[in-house]
Design a protein around this ligand. Structure first.
Ligand SMILES: [Zn+2]
Ligand SMILES: [Zn+2]
Length: 162
C-alpha cells in the first residue's frame, strides 16, 4: 500500500526549473493523441494528474504557453523559461486546479506507470499494450475508472472551486 507521503521530484533539462510532487498522482494517462505525439516528438505523452497545490516549484518560475489541442479547448503548457522543456500542463477540461505533470521530467519516471491508455485510435501501430491494460479509443468516464480515493480527491477540488 502506497501512502500519500510519497514525494516525487523532477525538473527541466537545463536544471533551472525544479519541482516536487508532494503525493502520488490521482491518475496517470498515457495519451496517444496526435497532439501529444507532436509535442513529445515521439509516440505518446505520460501525464500524471495531480492537484496543483501538491506541486511545489522548488526553483525558478515556469513560462505558460497557450497551445492548441485536438478538442479545440487548448492547454496551458508550463515550460522552463530558459530551455523551454515542458514540465506540466493544465487542460481546459479540469482547469487550473489540476496539473498534468509530464512524467518524463521526473527524476525517477519509472515510479509512475500509466493507469490507462487513451486516444489509442491514433496509437502508433508498433506499440503493443500489455494484456489487461486499460485502454480506450478516445476518452473514458472517470467515475467508472478511477479508484475511490482519487475520485474523492478530485471531488474535494471541485468543492473548493465553487
Ligand atoms: Zn530549463
Ligand atoms: Zn494527448
Amino acid at each position: 500500500m502506497t501512502s500519500n507521503t510519497d514525494t516525487f521530484e523532477g525538473g527541466c533539462t537545463c536544471g533551472e526549473v525544479r519541482y516536487r510532487m508532494t503525493s502520488k498522482p490521482m491518475f496517470v494517462h498515457c495519451c496517444h493523441c496526435r497532439s501529444c505525439q507532436r509535442e513529445t516528438g515521439a509516440s505518446f505523452a505520460l501525464n500524471a494528474m495531480i492537484e496543483a497545490d501538491r506541486v511545489e516549484l522548488l526553483r525558478s518560475e515556469v513560462e505558460v504557453v497557450n497551445t492548441p489541442t485536438d478538442s479545440g479547448k487548448g492547454q496551458k503548457i508550463s515550460r522552463c523559461p530558459t530551455c523551454r522543456i515542458a514540465v506540466w500542463s493544465n487542460y481546459a477540461g479540469s482547469g487550473d486546479a489540476v496539473r498534468f505533470v509530464r512524467v518524463g521530467t521526473l527524476d525517477e519516471p519509472g515510479r509512475i506507470p500509466p493507469d490507462i491508455h487513451i486516444f489509442t485510435r491514433s496509437k502508433q501501430p508498433w506499440i503493443v499494450l500489455p494484456t489487461g491494460m486499460p485502454a480506450v479509443p478516445v476518452y473514458y468516464k472517470p467515475k467508472e475508472t478511477w479508484p475511490g480515493e482519487s475520485q474523492a480527491r478530485f471531488a474535494a477540488l471541485r468543492s473548493k472551486a465553487t
